[in-house]
Design a protein around this ligand. Structure first.
Ligand SMILES: Cc1cc2nc3c(=O)[nH]c(=O)nc-3n(C[C@H](O)[C@H](O)[C@H](O)COP(=O)(O)O)c2cc1C
Length: 264
């Protein structure tokens, strides 16, 4: 006789999913409230201590993030020790000085603010997780192309979880700061021994949060017409190399450091 019992009992898993009726805006509005009010600050109130429960709540949001192949290729190191925060901040300040000397022309922020963050989480991933995504692993040119995409899948996955954490922090009333200026090999080598991170694991970014030292402000956003395309890519939104370079030269520093009302 054929066994007709399902291989997996889905009812418990299905009961975990609770979606509102399509088109009801209650949850959307609550979510948008959080999204709109997630703002970056680069200096925090040093008198505040983040309770451990808040780290739990925030990283629980990260845990639910989507990821390629559901690999969940992320690790979060919560740094509570002030001396450790200072050592990491010192590294970034040195990087800030290096950039100034190297004349990168990037409007690098003041990284001394890192040491002021009550919430300090180092976001890591083991890049070997790219093997969980479609790759050939035969050393061919085609494999190189797939590997490049696999790396993108990994980075997008970690960013998705990180964003969930940032939104959770904003939902709890915190300002946030997403710092990625640590990709370079030297930065990795400097950071790993401080936190006991294995050589195979990369530090992808640092997630900082806390009450702000000064009132935060909302930064400029491109209007929807500039970024949304319906059915076909609207070539009016295409920027030439010259347009792009001009934007970077004349607008980048303004959109990074001014409030939205001061951007024309
Ligand atoms: C992927 C990513 C990388 C970022 N890297 C840095 C960084 O290295 N240093 C920094 O000061 N801010 C960094 N930021 C913060 C952005 O500058 C900030 O989100 C942006 O200016 C918009 O401001 P808002 O977050 O207040 O909306 C990063 C943000 C993202 C999403």
């Amino acid at each position: 006789m054929t066994d007709t019992t399902a291989a997996v009992d889905l009812s418990a898993a299905e009961a975990e999913v609770d979606l509102p009726p399509i088109g009801s805006t209650e949850r959307y509005d609550a979510l948008m409230e959080v999204i709109r009010n997630r703002v970056t600050v680069r200096k925090f109130d040093t008198n505040f201590t983040v309770p451990d429960e808040h780290f739990d709540l925030i990283l629980e949001a990260a845990r639910h993030g989507p990821s390629g192949a559901n690999a969940q290729p992320w690790q979060f190191v919560v740094v509570r020790d002030q001396d450790m925060k200072q050592q990491i901040a010192d590294y970034f300040v040195a990087e800030q000085r290096f950039r100034a000397k190297a004349k990168m022309k990037f409007p690098t922020p003041d990284y001394r603010g890192l040491a002021t963050a009550p919430g300090f989480v180092v976001v890591c991933s083991d890049m070997r997780w790219i093997n969980a995504f479609p790759v050939l692993n035969d050393g061919s040119d085609l494999d190189a192309q797939y590997k490049e995409n696999a790396e993108r899948i990994l980075l997008q996955s970690v960013a998705a979880a990180t964003m969930s954490a940032h939104l959770a922090a904003a939902a709890l009333g915190y300002c946030v700061w997403w710092v990625t200026a640590i990709g370079q090999d030297e930065a990795q080598k400097a950071m790993r021994p401080l936190l006991g991170i294995p050589d195979e694991v990369s530090v992808l970014d640092i997630f900082l949060f806390g009450p702000p030292a000064q009132a935060p402000y909302k930064r400029w956003r491109r209007p929807a017409e500039e970024i949304v395309h319906w059915d076909q890519y609207d070539r009016d939104q295409f920027m030439t190399e010259e347009d792009l370079l001009d934007w970077i030269k004349t607008r980048r520093h303004r959109v990074m450091y001014r409030d939205a009302s001061k951007i024309d």
